[in-house]
Design a protein around this ligand. Structure first.
Ligand code: NAP
Length: 334
């Protein structure tokens, strides 16, 4: 049984009609901002793009046919301001955006992080909404151009003076980026922020990456060729992930050999045992308490030493060399 509400087409239509006559500002033109601005413009929405002086990203906006403005100018007349800036700078930059917005302007986020964990405070009379696409900006643009879309989560943190208008602007925004073609799911800032962070940390960008690295190192330490180790433990992840996305976990299980299924079931449970589940609960508690968010913000304030160290550690790992060798065999990969 579904315990979430999927937005109906009739609700989306109301939003799309409102957005067609609204002015929208997209602040930041990076991974997400570019795709939101282009998809909304292609959907007929009036868009201003804003950012900081000398921003390399705004040069891309210029090449895409926008006439980028300073953030203050871009938001001044906007009915909806889309904050497409890195989460860790919201606390420092949103007061300036909010101060430059007209009183009826609604502020929109792509992740609940900064609002839910209290880095951004907004006066009660202003609408605060969320449209969080469940995928990277590149996929959002590519799927839109293919006539399909990626799903988005939608939430209203506060409706402000006109709750119906704030929600309709969010619905129109989700529709304009193509998410109505894939599904718009109603949620809250809290649920979006906490599940998104947990998914990233436990699986997508944390647990999975460490699992791959540990398996690669196990094979190489045992004397197997690095190229084989990389292919088996890393490169093939995409084929299995595609099967899981297309058919579900059980469907993936029936698309692989009996040997793979038999061995995977036994060894998977041996590896991901109750001690891993205990630590997963600890990771979740760290997120829910706000401790993770506080560490992220203090790292940013100190010049991001932990973030830079994590990036360098990943770039310097020997498996990167093996990855380049595997990809060189597959020239069709971008
Ligand atoms: N990336 C994803 O796949 C994804 C998916 C779902 C939701 N989100 C959410 O989308 C939002 C934006 O993330 P993103 O990955 O798109 O961000 P991003 O690409 O890292 O950065 C976006 C923009 O912010 C500008 N910027 C960076 N630091 C700045 C600063 N201190 N002052 C002013 N401008 C600054 C950058 O331009 P310049 O450096 O050129 O100025 C860039 O245009 C976040 O809330 C994130 O959680 C991201």
């Amino acid at each position: 049984m579904l315990e979430v509400e999927i937005v109906s087409n009739s609700q989306v239509v109301v939003g799309a009609e409102l957005l067609a006559t609204a002015r929208v500002a997209v602040i930041g033109y990076g991974n997400q901002g570019r795709s939101h601005a282009l998809n909304l413009r292609d959907s007929g929405v009036c868009i201003e793009v804003g950012g900081r002086n000398g921003s390399p990203a705004l040069a891309n906006a210029h090449s895409d046919g926008f006439r980028p403005l300073s953030s203050e100018l871009a938001v001044a007349d906007a009915d909806l301001v889309i904050v497409a800036l890195p989460d860790e700078v919201h606390g420092a930059l949103c007061p300036m955006l909010l101060g430059a917005m007209k009183p009826s302007g609604v502020i929109g986020f792509l992740h609940g992080f900064s609002v839910h964990f209290g880095m951004v405070a907004v006066a009660k009379n202003r609408g605060v909404v969320l449209v969080a696409p469940k995928g990277p900006g590149t996929a959002l643009r590519e799927r839109f151009l293919q006539g399909i879309g990626i799903p988005s989560l939608l939430a209203v943190h506060q409706g402000g003076d006109d709750p119906g208008r704030a929600e309709a602007l969010a619905l129109g925004w989700a529709h304009g980026i193509g998410s109505a073609r894939a599904g718009i799911v109603r949620t809250t800032f809290r649920d979006e922020a906490e599940t998104d962070l947990f998914g990233e940390q436990a699986v997508l960008c944390g647990g999975l990456c460490e699992l791959i690295k540990a398996a690669y190192e196990t094979l190489v330490d045992a004397g197997y060729p690095p190229l084989l180790a990389y292919t088996e433990c890393c490169h093939e992840v995409k084929q299995i992930a595609d099967l899981i996305c297309d058919r579900g976990m059980a469907g993936m299980g029936s698309a692989i050999s009996n040997t793979a299924r038999f061995g995977g079931a036994a060894s998977g449970e041996r590896l991901i045992d109750s001690s891993v589940r205990t630590r997963m609960r600890e990771v979740l508690a760290d997120i829910q308490s706000g401790a993770f968010a506080a560490r992220m913000v203090s790292d940013t304030e100190a010049g991001s030493p932990r973030l830079h160290a994590a990036r360098s550690l990943a770039a310097d790992h020997p498996m990167e060399e093996s990855g380049r060798a595997v990809r060189a065999l597959l020239p069709w990969l971008k």
